[in-house]
Design a protein around this ligand. Structure first.
Ligand SMILES: NC(=O)c1ccc[n+]([C@@H]2O[C@H](COP(=O)([O-])OP(=O)(O)OC[C@H]3O[C@@H](n4cnc5c(N)ncnc54)[C@H](O)[C@@H]3O)[C@@H](O)[C@H]2O)c1
Length: 276
Protein backbone atom coordinates (compact mmCIF):
# COMPACT_ATOMS: atom_id res chain seq x y z
CA UNK A 1 0.00 0.00 0.00
CA UNK A 2 1.43 3.46 -0.84
CA UNK A 3 2.48 5.67 2.09
CA UNK A 4 0.69 9.01 2.65
CA UNK A 5 3.75 10.76 4.07
CA UNK A 6 7.43 10.01 4.56
CA UNK A 7 10.56 11.50 6.09
CA UNK A 8 13.74 10.37 4.35
CA UNK A 9 17.14 11.32 5.72
CA UNK A 10 20.11 11.62 3.39
CA UNK A 11 17.69 12.44 0.57
CA UNK A 12 19.87 14.97 -1.29
CA UNK A 13 21.75 12.27 -3.20
CA UNK A 14 22.01 8.60 -4.06
CA UNK A 15 19.57 6.04 -2.69
CA UNK A 16 17.71 8.59 -0.49
CA UNK A 17 17.04 10.98 -3.39
CA UNK A 18 15.92 8.13 -5.65
CA UNK A 19 13.65 6.79 -2.91
CA UNK A 20 12.13 10.27 -2.39
CA UNK A 21 11.44 10.59 -6.14
CA UNK A 22 10.02 7.09 -6.29
CA UNK A 23 7.72 7.50 -3.29
CA UNK A 24 6.60 10.95 -4.45
CA UNK A 25 5.68 9.31 -7.77
CA UNK A 26 3.31 7.00 -5.88
CA UNK A 27 1.62 10.00 -4.20
CA UNK A 28 3.64 10.15 -0.95
CA UNK A 29 4.29 13.60 0.60
CA UNK A 30 8.04 13.49 1.21
CA UNK A 31 10.30 15.39 3.59
CA UNK A 32 13.89 15.34 2.32
CA UNK A 33 16.21 15.83 5.30
CA UNK A 34 19.90 16.27 4.60
CA UNK A 35 23.04 18.02 5.73
CA UNK A 36 23.41 19.24 2.10
CA UNK A 37 20.32 21.46 2.11
CA UNK A 38 20.80 23.05 -1.32
CA UNK A 39 21.02 19.66 -3.02
CA UNK A 40 18.00 18.40 -1.06
CA UNK A 41 16.10 21.53 -2.16
CA UNK A 42 16.98 20.83 -5.81
CA UNK A 43 15.62 17.26 -5.51
CA UNK A 44 12.46 18.59 -3.79
CA UNK A 45 12.01 21.26 -6.51
CA UNK A 46 12.21 18.60 -9.24
CA UNK A 47 9.60 16.49 -7.41
CA UNK A 48 7.29 19.51 -7.06
CA UNK A 49 7.82 20.41 -10.75
CA UNK A 50 6.61 16.96 -11.73
CA UNK A 51 3.45 17.29 -9.62
CA UNK A 52 4.58 15.75 -6.32
CA UNK A 53 4.61 17.14 -2.76
CA UNK A 54 8.04 17.64 -1.19
CA UNK A 55 9.82 19.69 1.44
CA UNK A 56 13.57 19.94 1.94
CA UNK A 57 14.92 20.51 5.42
CA UNK A 58 18.31 20.68 7.08
CA UNK A 59 19.39 17.70 9.16
CA UNK A 60 22.61 16.49 10.72
CA UNK A 61 21.72 12.92 11.62
CA UNK A 62 24.68 12.81 14.00
CA UNK A 63 23.18 15.57 16.14
CA UNK A 64 20.19 14.96 18.46
CA UNK A 65 19.23 18.66 18.52
CA UNK A 66 19.10 18.72 14.72
CA UNK A 67 16.83 15.64 14.83
CA UNK A 68 14.52 17.47 17.28
CA UNK A 69 14.33 20.42 14.83
CA UNK A 70 13.56 18.00 11.97
CA UNK A 71 10.68 16.51 13.99
CA UNK A 72 9.22 19.98 14.54
CA UNK A 73 9.57 21.07 10.88
CA UNK A 74 8.31 17.77 9.43
CA UNK A 75 5.32 17.42 11.74
CA UNK A 76 4.32 21.01 11.03
CA UNK A 77 4.41 20.45 7.27
CA UNK A 78 2.79 16.98 7.20
CA UNK A 79 0.25 17.92 9.89
CA UNK A 80 0.73 14.72 11.94
CA UNK A 81 3.30 11.99 12.63
CA UNK A 82 4.56 10.43 9.37
CA UNK A 83 3.50 7.08 7.91
CA UNK A 84 7.11 6.27 7.08
CA UNK A 85 10.52 7.30 8.42
CA UNK A 86 13.62 6.13 6.55
CA UNK A 87 16.87 6.62 8.46
CA UNK A 88 18.93 6.46 5.28
CA UNK A 89 21.75 8.99 5.76
CA UNK A 90 25.07 7.23 6.10
CA UNK A 91 28.79 7.99 5.98
CA UNK A 92 31.96 5.94 6.00
CA UNK A 93 35.67 5.88 6.68
CA UNK A 94 38.22 3.28 5.61
CA UNK A 95 41.24 1.52 7.06
CA UNK A 96 41.94 -1.20 9.60
CA UNK A 97 40.02 -0.63 12.83
CA UNK A 98 43.18 -0.49 14.98
CA UNK A 99 44.47 2.38 12.85
CA UNK A 100 41.17 4.31 12.60
CA UNK A 101 41.37 7.77 14.22
CA UNK A 102 38.97 8.30 17.11
CA UNK A 103 37.37 11.25 15.28
CA UNK A 104 36.28 8.93 12.44
CA UNK A 105 34.95 6.36 14.92
CA UNK A 106 32.84 9.02 16.64
CA UNK A 107 31.63 10.54 13.35
CA UNK A 108 30.62 7.26 11.66
CA UNK A 109 28.99 5.70 14.74
CA UNK A 110 27.24 9.01 15.47
CA UNK A 111 25.61 9.26 12.04
CA UNK A 112 25.10 5.58 11.13
CA UNK A 113 24.17 4.02 14.48
CA UNK A 114 23.24 6.63 17.11
CA UNK A 115 21.44 8.69 14.41
CA UNK A 116 18.80 6.02 13.61
CA UNK A 117 18.32 5.37 17.36
CA UNK A 118 17.79 9.11 17.98
CA UNK A 119 15.39 9.29 15.01
CA UNK A 120 13.39 6.41 16.51
CA UNK A 121 13.36 8.17 19.90
CA UNK A 122 12.06 11.32 18.22
CA UNK A 123 9.46 9.80 15.87
CA UNK A 124 8.28 6.37 17.08
CA UNK A 125 6.40 7.59 20.19
CA UNK A 126 4.55 10.12 17.98
CA UNK A 127 3.75 7.43 15.39
CA UNK A 128 2.40 5.14 18.14
CA UNK A 129 0.36 7.98 19.63
CA UNK A 130 -1.17 8.71 16.21
CA UNK A 131 -2.37 5.10 16.04
CA UNK A 132 -2.09 4.60 12.27
CA UNK A 133 -0.19 1.70 10.62
CA UNK A 134 3.27 3.12 9.97
CA UNK A 135 6.88 2.01 9.51
CA UNK A 136 10.35 2.98 10.79
CA UNK A 137 13.10 1.94 8.40
CA UNK A 138 16.85 1.81 8.95
CA UNK A 139 19.33 1.65 6.09
CA UNK A 140 22.08 -0.81 6.98
CA UNK A 141 24.15 -2.48 4.25
CA UNK A 142 25.42 -5.78 2.95
CA UNK A 143 28.21 -4.86 5.41
CA UNK A 144 25.67 -5.61 8.16
CA UNK A 145 25.44 -9.34 7.47
CA UNK A 146 29.11 -10.30 7.37
CA UNK A 147 32.41 -8.90 6.17
CA UNK A 148 32.07 -8.40 2.40
CA UNK A 149 35.32 -7.56 0.64
CA UNK A 150 33.58 -5.05 -1.66
CA UNK A 151 34.01 -1.48 -0.48
CA UNK A 152 37.54 -2.20 0.74
CA UNK A 153 38.52 -2.35 4.38
CA UNK A 154 35.75 -0.05 5.59
CA UNK A 155 36.09 -1.29 9.18
CA UNK A 156 34.30 1.35 11.23
CA UNK A 157 31.58 1.54 8.54
CA UNK A 158 31.08 -2.24 8.77
CA UNK A 159 30.88 -2.08 12.56
CA UNK A 160 28.30 0.74 12.36
CA UNK A 161 26.15 -1.24 9.92
CA UNK A 162 26.26 -4.41 12.07
CA UNK A 163 25.01 -2.13 14.85
CA UNK A 164 22.31 -0.64 12.61
CA UNK A 165 21.03 -4.14 11.77
CA UNK A 166 21.04 -5.05 15.48
CA UNK A 167 19.13 -1.85 16.24
CA UNK A 168 16.49 -2.64 13.58
CA UNK A 169 16.02 -6.18 14.95
CA UNK A 170 15.66 -4.87 18.51
CA UNK A 171 13.23 -2.18 17.32
CA UNK A 172 11.10 -4.78 15.52
CA UNK A 173 10.80 -6.74 18.78
CA UNK A 174 10.12 -3.60 20.86
CA UNK A 175 7.36 -2.52 18.45
CA UNK A 176 5.43 -5.79 18.69
CA UNK A 177 1.77 -5.09 19.51
CA UNK A 178 1.93 -1.47 18.30
CA UNK A 179 0.78 0.11 15.04
CA UNK A 180 4.40 0.76 14.00
CA UNK A 181 6.50 -1.83 12.17
CA UNK A 182 10.25 -1.90 11.43
CA UNK A 183 12.24 -2.66 8.30
CA UNK A 184 15.93 -2.73 7.49
CA UNK A 185 17.39 -2.08 4.05
CA UNK A 186 20.62 -3.89 3.20
CA UNK A 187 21.89 -2.57 -0.14
CA UNK A 188 24.92 -4.02 -1.91
CA UNK A 189 26.77 -1.87 -4.46
CA UNK A 190 24.61 1.01 -5.73
CA UNK A 191 25.98 3.84 -7.93
CA UNK A 192 25.81 6.87 -5.66
CA UNK A 193 28.12 9.53 -4.22
CA UNK A 194 29.12 7.33 -1.28
CA UNK A 195 32.67 6.97 -2.64
CA UNK A 196 33.07 10.69 -1.74
CA UNK A 197 31.45 10.27 1.68
CA UNK A 198 34.02 12.35 3.58
CA UNK A 199 32.72 15.47 1.82
CA UNK A 200 30.28 15.75 4.71
CA UNK A 201 32.63 15.24 7.68
CA UNK A 202 32.01 18.14 10.08
CA UNK A 203 34.85 20.33 11.41
CA UNK A 204 34.80 18.76 14.89
CA UNK A 205 35.64 15.36 13.34
CA UNK A 206 38.44 16.67 11.10
CA UNK A 207 36.45 18.52 8.42
CA UNK A 208 35.61 17.55 4.83
CA UNK A 209 38.02 15.49 2.73
CA UNK A 210 37.23 15.60 -0.97
CA UNK A 211 38.35 12.85 -3.31
CA UNK A 212 38.92 13.52 -7.00
CA UNK A 213 36.94 11.80 -9.77
CA UNK A 214 39.76 9.24 -10.20
CA UNK A 215 38.43 7.56 -7.04
CA UNK A 216 34.93 7.18 -8.50
CA UNK A 217 34.14 3.47 -8.92
CA UNK A 218 33.25 2.03 -12.31
CA UNK A 219 29.43 2.49 -12.63
CA UNK A 220 29.28 -0.91 -14.35
CA UNK A 221 30.01 -2.48 -10.94
CA UNK A 222 26.88 -1.12 -9.24
CA UNK A 223 23.11 -0.94 -9.53
CA UNK A 224 21.47 2.37 -10.46
CA UNK A 225 19.93 4.15 -7.48
CA UNK A 226 16.58 4.30 -9.31
CA UNK A 227 16.45 0.50 -9.67
CA UNK A 228 17.52 0.14 -6.02
CA UNK A 229 14.75 2.58 -4.98
CA UNK A 230 12.11 0.65 -6.96
CA UNK A 231 13.15 -2.62 -5.28
CA UNK A 232 13.19 -0.97 -1.83
CA UNK A 233 9.73 0.59 -2.36
CA UNK A 234 8.33 -2.79 -3.38
CA UNK A 235 9.69 -4.34 -0.14
CA UNK A 236 8.34 -1.48 1.97
CA UNK A 237 4.88 -1.63 0.40
CA UNK A 238 4.81 -5.40 0.97
CA UNK A 239 5.58 -4.79 4.66
CA UNK A 240 8.85 -6.77 4.63
CA UNK A 241 11.44 -6.54 7.41
CA UNK A 242 14.65 -7.47 5.55
CA UNK A 243 14.86 -5.58 2.27
CA UNK A 244 17.73 -6.19 -0.16
CA UNK A 245 18.76 -4.57 -3.43
CA UNK A 246 20.79 -7.57 -4.59
CA UNK A 247 20.42 -11.31 -4.04
CA UNK A 248 23.35 -13.58 -4.79
CA UNK A 249 26.19 -11.33 -3.54
CA UNK A 250 24.77 -10.90 -0.04
CA UNK A 251 23.59 -14.49 0.09
CA UNK A 252 27.16 -15.77 -0.35
CA UNK A 253 28.55 -13.51 2.40
CA UNK A 254 25.71 -14.46 4.75
CA UNK A 255 26.06 -18.21 3.99
CA UNK A 256 29.82 -18.19 4.71
CA UNK A 257 29.20 -16.54 8.09
CA UNK A 258 26.25 -18.81 8.97
CA UNK A 259 28.29 -21.91 7.98
CA UNK A 260 31.16 -20.85 10.26
CA UNK A 261 28.75 -20.22 13.16
CA UNK A 262 26.99 -23.56 12.57
CA UNK A 263 30.36 -25.35 12.57
CA UNK A 264 31.39 -23.63 15.83
CA UNK A 265 28.07 -24.62 17.47
CA UNK A 266 28.46 -28.23 16.20
CA UNK A 267 31.99 -28.31 17.69
CA UNK A 268 30.56 -27.07 20.99
CA UNK A 269 27.86 -29.77 20.94
CA UNK A 270 30.43 -32.50 20.13
CA UNK A 271 32.68 -31.33 22.96
CA UNK A 272 30.11 -30.63 25.72
CA UNK A 273 26.86 -32.26 24.52
CA UNK A 274 23.70 -30.73 23.05
CA UNK A 275 22.23 -29.76 26.44
CA UNK A 276 25.38 -28.24 28.05
N1 LIG B 1 25.76 3.02 -2.35
C1 LIG B 1 26.00 1.83 -1.87
O1 LIG B 1 26.62 0.99 -2.53
C2 LIG B 1 25.49 1.47 -0.49
C3 LIG B 1 25.61 0.13 -0.09
C4 LIG B 1 25.16 -0.23 1.17
C5 LIG B 1 24.57 0.70 2.00
N2 LIG B 1 24.46 2.00 1.59
C6 LIG B 1 23.84 2.95 2.51
O2 LIG B 1 22.81 3.65 1.84
C7 LIG B 1 22.62 4.90 2.48
C8 LIG B 1 22.61 6.00 1.44
O3 LIG B 1 23.92 6.10 0.89
P1 LIG B 1 24.22 6.49 -0.63
O4 LIG B 1 24.96 5.37 -1.22
O5 LIG B 1 23.00 6.97 -1.27
O6 LIG B 1 25.29 7.66 -0.40
P2 LIG B 1 25.35 9.17 -0.90
O7 LIG B 1 26.64 9.72 -0.34
O8 LIG B 1 25.11 9.27 -2.35
O9 LIG B 1 24.11 9.83 -0.12
C9 LIG B 1 24.13 9.98 1.27
C10 LIG B 1 23.32 11.21 1.64
O10 LIG B 1 23.41 11.36 3.07
C11 LIG B 1 23.69 12.72 3.36
N3 LIG B 1 24.34 12.82 4.66
C12 LIG B 1 25.62 12.52 4.98
N4 LIG B 1 25.84 12.79 6.28
C13 LIG B 1 24.67 13.23 6.79
C14 LIG B 1 24.26 13.64 8.08
N5 LIG B 1 25.12 13.68 9.11
N6 LIG B 1 22.98 14.02 8.26
C15 LIG B 1 22.10 14.05 7.21
N7 LIG B 1 22.44 13.68 5.97
C16 LIG B 1 23.71 13.27 5.76
C17 LIG B 1 24.56 13.18 2.21
O11 LIG B 1 24.58 14.60 2.09
C18 LIG B 1 23.90 12.49 1.02
O12 LIG B 1 22.86 13.28 0.50
C19 LIG B 1 23.75 5.04 3.52
O13 LIG B 1 23.27 4.69 4.80
C20 LIG B 1 24.77 4.02 3.04
O14 LIG B 1 25.60 3.56 4.09
C21 LIG B 1 24.91 2.41 0.37
Amino acid sequence: MPFGSAIITGAAAGIGAALARHLAGTGTKVVLADVELEKAQAVADAIIASGGAAKATMLDQGDAESIASLAEAALGWIGHAPDLVVANAGVGAGGAIFKTPRRNIDWVLGVNLVGPIELARAFVPLMIERGMPSRFVTTASEHAVGLPSRGGQASIYTISKHGALGFAEVLRRDLEGTCVAASVICPAVVNTDIWNTMRNRPAQFGGPRLLDEAHKPDPALGLSSDVAAARITEGLEAGEFYIFTHGQDISEVHRARADELDAALARFAARYGEMA
